[in-house]
Design a binder for this molecule. Structure first.
Ligand SMILES: [Ca+2]
Ligand SMILES: [Ca+2]
Length: 269
């Protein structure tokens, strides 16, 4: 079910084509369109102070907007994920990040075959752990198969590697992990939410994307260029938009701006 009924999209490439014709030459054919410019039901309210901005000005405005939030404990994350990550085709199940598997909500735990709480921004990258804050922020916490969560570990994100068993098409090598195609945009938007939300002004590290793998315990996550491409290739789905709305309405009362406005990724980075 669409979350924002008045949400509309128009393609930047169309606008570029029109302007190119106006100045008298033919626009080149682009291989892949940039993320669609969007309008949402929240532009006149929640995002009012960010609309029209770009670059560091946009990032700063969004940081202020999304930093106003409620926070939940790590133990409360279990039940929140049972709501936020619910399988749209089976209300008894959650959908698992990276693999796309559907699994009973009751199988939360730490054993093989269970699902647990994946920190998409690995908690070692900035050492925020599981105390209330970035370690319990639902916008990057996702239900995930225990074994696949362990395979991902704290690896940075990049293309390539060998196929992960039961990973839905996810791949891994010694220094990076790539989710299945349908989760790549989700991961990019979660990582970039964290970069905007956490700026080092609230007792936690300033989280930022960079172009590296092997970031280890540094408060960085790579690779930015790959995450940007994933944001373009896998736009927000109904599942992702519902999840954003559930977190906003019920738990944290803040939003992931990149699910509402995926074109803001390019506007900032
Ligand atoms: Ca997706
Ligand atoms: Ca940051």
């Amino acid at each position: 079910m669409p979350v924002n009924p008045i949400r509309t999209r128009r393609w930047k490439s169309l606008a570029l084509t029109v302007s190119a014709v106006l100045v008298g030459f033919t626009a080149p054919v682009v291989a892949s369109s940039p993320a669609a410019a969007t309008t949402t039901a929240y532009d006149a309210t929640y995002y009012k102070n960010a609309i029209g901005k770009t670059g560091t000005s946009l990032k700063s405005s969004l940081h202020t907007i999304i930093s106003s939030q409620s926070k939940i404990s790590y133990s409360a994350v279990w039940d929140a994920l049972k709501v936020a990550d619910q399988d749209p085709n089976n209300t008894s199940n959650v959908l698992l990040l990276y693999s796309g598997a559907s699994r009973s909500k009751s199988l939360n735990g730490g054993d093989v075959g269970d699902w647990n709480r994946e920190h998409t921004w690995a908690k070692s990258h900035g050492d925020f752990g599981e105390v209330t804050g970035p370690g319990t922020d639902l916008h990057h916490l996702r239900a995930c198969d225990v074994t696949i969560n362990s395979t991902r570990g704290n690896l940075d994100f990049d293309n390539g590697g060998s196929t992960v068993t039961n990973g839905g098409g996810s791949t891994v090598d010694s220094d990076s992990f790539a989710p299945r195609a349908a989760d790549r945009g989700d991961v990019a938007r979660m990582i970039l939410y964290m970069a905007v939300r956490y700026e080092g002004d609230d007792g936690f590290a300033d989280l930022e994307p960079n172009e590296k793998v092997g970031n280890g315990s540094n408060p960085y996550m790579g690779k930015l260029a790959v995450l940007k491409a994933w944001n373009e290739a896998d736009p927000p789905s109904a599942f992702e938009e519902r999840r954003n709305q559930v977190i906003y309405d019920t738990y944290q009362h803040n939003r992931n701006p990149f699910i509402d406005h995926p074109e803001w990724v390019e506007a900032i980075w």
